[in-house]
Ligand binder design. Structure first.
Ligand SMILES: Cc1ncc(COP(=O)(O)O)c(C=O)c1O
Length: 387
């Protein structure tokens, strides 16, 4: 990390501790750290995009330059994810939260059945909204009673009526659980024959290889692993594009696919940022290399948790997220002290979500290994001092 200038304030607007570098380890759950070279290039192209004399944020969304950027972004997304040709890649606005209504609006008939695997806060929010479209949805699993500590085995999932689709959230950002195997690869739930999976991949898209053919629709806000807020990536199987009911154009996947995600003025800058991050991922060696790195980074911290009698991890071992690592100290007072001392040591935004308390260290694709090393070391020292 470059040490070019001292900070005046931290992300909470409080005076910064002196001696902390210009860029610090940002453990925010999203928006989150971007690769340094991406930020540097964006800095230049905000001023002058591809030597056109026009900044990226001043560029016409119908001009040749943006045409190129948009097409490259889709191409690189396909390359990064190895997304098959019969899936469309859309860049939409409204955040991942808008998919809570856009998915059922397009694919779920009136009174149609949909099943939900409620594994955390965001999955809960998706489930909460389905009532607008149907009265026949149900939860095939709900982990709330046990504090959303794990992602269920097939034996824990109970399907009743056959659903059109099953909704899952592959990584539960708040609780720090992830559908995964021991090697970090994605673990999928059983799905009734003829139903398809819809996945909220907001907090782990493109952090590991994925077999897209297992899904009908995948969606994710870009602001954690692939870019900045203001854009959602939707990967959708072509046969699901045409809506099953009359819908306004802005809600229709087929219209967005036909118009290359620019039925209206698209989020030009967020699309541009995704392109830079996708290219960065390719340069790193792709999602298998990122998975290996993400496993190593997470393991550095999970090792501390496993060797400690002081820290209490939230997630069950078999569902531990590689993206968001959640834990507590023995009490609230120490939790708060941990957050304050971590900030003073150059580690920001490590406070857990208000629903869970404690700490949450989010370490997405661009989060550097040295940051994980620094956190692990800080945790050991904090335990020694206060344990
Ligand atoms: C798993 C998950 N789903 C959905 C969302 C909501 O995304 P957005 O704010 O883009 O609507 C988030 C945001 O943090 C998330 O982590």
């Amino acid at each position: 990390m470059p040490a070019t200038r001292h900070l005046e304030q931290n992300s909470q607007g409080k005076p910064a501790v002196s001696g902390v570098n210009e860029r610090i380890y940002n453990f925010c759950a999203g928006p989150s750290m971007l690769p340094e070279e991406v930020l540097r290039q964006a800095q230049e192209e905000i001023w002058n995009c591809r030597n056109s004399g026009v900044g990226i944020m001043e560029l016409s969304h119908r001009g040749k330059l943006f045409d190129d950027i948009l097409h490259e972004t889709e191409e690189t997304a396909r390359k990064v994810g190895s997304i098959p040709a019969n899936y469309k890649v859309l860049f939409l606005t409204g955040g991942a939260t808008s998919q809570n209504f856009q998915v059922p609006a397009n694919v779920l008939p009136e009174h149609g059945v949909a099943a939900f695997l409620t594994t955390g806060y965001w999955a809960e929010r998706t489930w909460d909204e389905i009532g607008t479209y149907t009265d026949r949805a149900y939860e095939a699993f709900n982990g709330k009673k046990e504090g959303y500590k794990h992602c269920p085995s097939d034996a824990e999932i109970v399907y009743k009526d056959k659903p059109v689709y099953v909704h899952m959230c592959t990584n539960n950002t708040l609780y720090g659980t992830q559908w995964r195997n021991a090697d970090g690869s994605i673990r999928l739930p059983k799905v009734p024959d003829g139903s398809f999976l819809v996945a909220d991949m907001c907090s782990d898209i493109f952090s590991r290889p994925v077999d897209w053919t297992k899904f009908g629709i995948v969606y994710a806000g870009a602001q954690k692993n692939v870019g900045i807020a203001g854009i959602s990536i939707v990967v959708i199987r072509e046969d699901l594009l045409k809506p099953i009911r009359k819908l306004p154009n802005m809600l229709r996947y087929d219209v967005m696919a036909r118009d290359e995600s620019r039925h209206n003025t698209p989020p030009v800058f967020p699309i541009y940022m995704c392109n830079l991050v996708f290219n960065w991922i390719l340069k790193q060696g792709g999602t298998s290399v990122l998975l290996k790195r993400n496993l190593e980074k997470a393991q550095l911290v999970y090792d501390v948790l496993d060797q400690s009698k002081f820290y209490k991890p939230h997630a069950r071992t078999d569902s531990r997220s590689l993206m968001n690592l959640t834990f507590h100290t023995p009490n609230h007072k120490l939790d708060n002290l941990f957050v304050d001392e971590a900030l003073a040591a150059g580690m920001d935004q490590i406070k857990g979500h208000r629903n869970t308390g404690g700490m949450r260290a989010s370490m997405y694709n661009a989060f550097p290994r040295e940051g994980a090393v620094a956190l692990a070391q800080f945790m050991r020292e904090f335990e020694k001092k206060h344990g």
